[in-house]
Design a protein around this ligand. Structure first.
Ligand code: ADP
Ligand code: ZN
Length: 815
């Protein structure tokens, strides 16, 4: 096809200087195999790099083009709409197109190109014992060693290899290895029938086990999984070998897709009859899906209002119409129970995508989606890129969650990607939450997106009562413990009745800093300058930095004043656990934080143990705040609401409100009534007060005025730049220069506000100094061009200065 003479290729290099497609010639023989989205191997300067075809043309507007070396795919991994999405991503989030394309593919997909070497001529004459002789020996002994491997082992072989290739002694060819391999299994079939089966048995004579295997396969009459045969008959591969060699049994390799959950779903579960509120929400979503017009809804439903059932039935209706659906949930709530719920409803039609899968598992799930083997994907953030052909519905549950913003390039926000894909596919987007992001609720309020409300709990239970305890009074009354008397009594009551309790701490050891009571010295990380956290394990007292991992021993003498009044303060999960064991003798506590859940599967194990009532108390950080559903929990305690309230971020009040509401939603979801106790030193704060009343609407009314007053989102959008450098002066210089350039670009514009250079909240991280510049503006489209050109210039300058400049468009958290 003549229209495929030239290809535009995005080459996989990080530098923003080469962030544009390059033209390559497509050799005649490859023209049938290249499509938009196909991966190719191309020469790029002295290197060979992987790239993606983003365009095909009859003519190239450049005079000299090199030819494509290799076509890497038979089926292009990227569909044309994904190629389009990639360029939108780089425009929206100002990152390279290579980074965008990479984000769309599972990590296992990335191929590694290597060079195979072959000796062609008579081996060269070499001096025994020389480097050349060694190399020649290696080449002859292990011909599969790649050039890259050889050079990695012996860098000095590089020049000899070059010389021999030039002389024609060695021939190079490229081979490409997929990062993740397809997994195969062996099947066995009996290859002898009737008469020949009888004579085979006879010939095997006294080889009893072999005869048994052969007869078994004969009886089965169809290919059987080798592993199953061997375990069924308690035979070994040694028994099998002669049977295969004699041709009695045939071996066959079959490709399988790994199934990370392997849930036996048996009979599929039926949908529940919907309540009137659920029905109304469902009807509107289903109608939008059927219309095939892009539409977005906020599904604002209190905890326990039955949002999941609405999701499930809306997905079913989408699939019935022959289209596909994407369901996003926060990584942390993607528990086996959650996945099971989908598998039970939809069986094999579901693929699961999350970060704990191995590269191979991810690759397989991705292929199942790409090949059309499944119609539904349930996954964390990146599942929004699922390569479906015709998407009808995308649902984002707990849409306000901060984890829906990617923190590396492309720094996308899942709901924005969903809305873009919605326009591409004519698909419906549902943003579900009990505590929507202020922006989302504002758009619904303004009528820019649809609003579906479910204000009652399905099972008619009342929302739990929330009590706020003023911890300042406790101290005045002489209670120096971390448990107020109400919380203490509440726990005792539950323990007596055999009911369960969840205790919530806002961050792992957040407040457990170390302070000298004589001089006020606080132990800080030498690299990051943030307070170190006290840890105690097996009697060893340590201080650790939560950002860089730095650790030191707990000092017993103050490094500043030499006094011996150094103490650790505050309440980390470990300290609460110790305290619980001290105050409530014989109580069983399960602690869940980053320390106890780092192993694969341990998160789910701990929850299962709590579900089995192996412990009365579940104590944890954020990770227990959402998505969990325990029938026997009747008390939820928040040890301190203050820790999240005083983060230097304008969203702190919103986050605190969301957290407290969600935690409260954990209690009393079932027959037993629930109670929530929130402890705080700032009980009068509006975020705490409205959370106590579980009143989202009034919180919204209050907070939206605050945002309007100081001109923060949703009344503008905000892009943050961070200059990072080991050298403080250089870091500051780049930030200042950026500020000046931005001021020149936007000076006098009413829709733009510049917040000048300031030390970042994490002013020093891993030994590097960080300064922020923040830009507020009305519409991104009206500032994008200027931002891009200023950013590119300064990013290069920052690199030359040995640091870097990062950009976060529509930043959700500025650190
Ligand atoms: P949400 O996600 O809105 O917090 P869930 O989806 O977890 O609420 O539902 C709360 C509880 O109500 C669950 O136990 C669920 O099985 C149950 N439920 C939901 N819809 C129905 C229904 N239509 N009939 C009966 N039970 C329902
Ligand atoms: Zn540190």
């Amino acid at each position: 096809m003549s229209s495929k003479r030239f290809a535009e290729v995005i080459v996989e290099v990080k530098s923003s200087g080469v962030d544009r497609p390059f033209h390559y010639e497509v050799p005649e023989a490859m023209r049938d195999r290249v499509h938009i989205g196909t991966r190719v191997l191309v020469p790029f300067g002295p290197r060979r790099l992987e790239g993606y075809i983003v365009g095909l043309a009859e003519a190239a507007d450049v005079t000299k083009t090199k030819a494509i070396l290799e076509v890497l795919d038979d089926e292009p991994p990227l569909t044309p709409d994904l190629v389009e999405l990639a360029s939108w991503l780089s425009e929206r989030y100002l990152c390279t197109r290579a980074a965008s394309v990479q984000a769309l593919l599972p990590s296992g997909m990335r191929a590694k190109a290597s060079t195979k070497l072959q000796l062609v001529d008579e081996p060269p004459a070499v001096t025994p014992g020389s480097l050349e002789a060694e190399l020649l020996h290696t080449l002859q002994e292990s011909p599969n060693r790649t050039k890259e491997q050889l050079i990695a082992e012996h860098p000095r072989w590089r020049s000899i290899l070059r010389e021999w290739t030039a002389k024609g002694i060695l021939k190079e060819s490229y081979q490409v290895k997929q990062g993740a391999q397809m997994k195969t299994v062996v099947y066995l079939t009996c290859a002898v029938q009737g008469e020949s089966f009888q004579s085979a048995l006879a010939e095997l004579g006294r080889a009893k086990k072999q005869k048994e295997v052969l007869a078994y396969l004969f009886d089965q009459g169809e290919p059987v999984l080798m592993k199953a045969v061997l375990s069924e008959l308690n035979a070994s591969t040694a028994t099998l070998k002669p049977l295969v060699e004699k041709g009695y049994v045939q071996k066959e390799l079959r490709e399988v897709l790994r199934d990370p959950y392997g849930i036996e779903h048996g009979r599929l579960e039926q949908p529940l009859p919907l309540t009137p509120l659920q029905r109304s929400a469902y009807d509107q979503i289903a109608a939008a899906v059927a219309s095939e017009k892009p539409e977005t809804f906020l599904l604002h439903g209190v905890t326990g209002s039955g949002k999941t059932e609405v999701y499930l039935q809306a997905i079913a209706s989408c699939v019935q119409q022959g289209r596909q659906a994407i369901m996003l949930v926060p990584e942390i709530s993607l528990t086996p129970q959650m996945v099971e719920r989908f598998k039970k409803r939809f069986g094999d039609a579901v693929a699961v995508m999350h970060s704990r899968l191995s590269a191979g598992e991810k690759f397989d799930e991705w292929r199942r989606i790409r090949q059309g083997d499944v119609t539904i994907v349930v996954g964390a953030r990146s599942a929004i890129f699922a390569p479906f052909r015709s998407i009808g519905l995308m649902i984002i549950d707990e849409e306000h969650e901060a984890s829906y913003k990617q923190d590396d390039h492309p720094k996308y926000l899942a709901r924005e990607v969903a809305m873009y894909r919605g326009r591409q596919h004519g698909a419906t987007v549902v943003l579900g939450s009990a505590t929507p992001a202020l922006e989302t609720r504002w758009w619904a309020h303004q009528g820019q997106i649809g609003l579906l409300e479910m204000s009652d709990r399905v099972l008619g239970q009342n929302l739990p009562k929330v009590r706020v305890v003023d911890m300042r009074n406790e101290l005045q009354e002489g209670n120096r413990s971390m448990f107020s008397s109400s919380l203490k009594q509440g726990i005792e009551k539950r323990l007596e009745k055999g009911e369960q309790i969840i205790l919530f701490l806002n961050r792992r050891g957040f407040a457990t800093f170390v302070l000298c009571r004589s001089c006020g010295y606080v132990a800080r990380c030498r690299e990051c300058e943030i307070p170190l956290t006290y840890h105690k394990a097996r009697g060893l007292e340590q201080l650790r930095c939560h950002y860089c991992g730095y650790a030191e021993r707990m000092p017993h003498v103050c490094p500043d004043c030499g006094g011996d009044h150094v103490r650790h303060f505050g309440t980390g999960t470990q300290r609460v656990e110790e305290e619980l064991n001290r105050v409530f003798t014989g109580v069983n506590v399960i602690r869940m934080d980053v320390d106890t859940t780092s192993g694969k599967g341990s998160h789910a194990d701990l929850l299962q143990r709590f579900r089995n009532r192996e412990a009365q108390i579940l104590l944890g950080t954020q990770m227990i705040a959402k998505g969990l559903d325990f029938p026997n929990v009747t008390l939820v305690g928040v040890i301190s609401a203050d820790t999240s309230l005083f983060v230097p971020d304008f969203r702190a009040a919103e986050r605190t409100f969301q957290l407290l509401t969600q935690v409260a939603g954990r209690a009393g979801r079932h027959q037993l009534p629930g109670e929530v106790i929130v402890q705080s030193y700032n009980p009068q704060h509006y975020a705490v007060q409205f959370a106590k009343q579980q009143d989202y609407d009034r919180f919204f009314q209050h907070e939206i005025r605050v945002r309007y007053g100081v001109h923060n989102p949703p009344f503008c959008e905000l892009t943050a730049f961070t200059s990072v450098n080991v050298n403080e002066d250089e870091s500051l210089r780049i930030a200042r220069k950026l500020e000046e350039r931005l001021r020149n670009a936007f000076g006098g514009r009413e829709d733009v506000t510049l917040l000048g250079t300031s030390p970042a909240p994490l002013s020093r991280l891993q030994g590097k100094y960080r300064f922020n510049v923040v830009l507020k503006y009305g519409r991104f489209k009206q500032v994008a061009e200027q931002i891009r050109s200023v950013y590119q210039e300064l990013a290069q300058e920052a690199q030359k200065a040995g640091g870097y400049l990062s950009i976060d468009v529509n930043a959700q958290m500025i650190l």
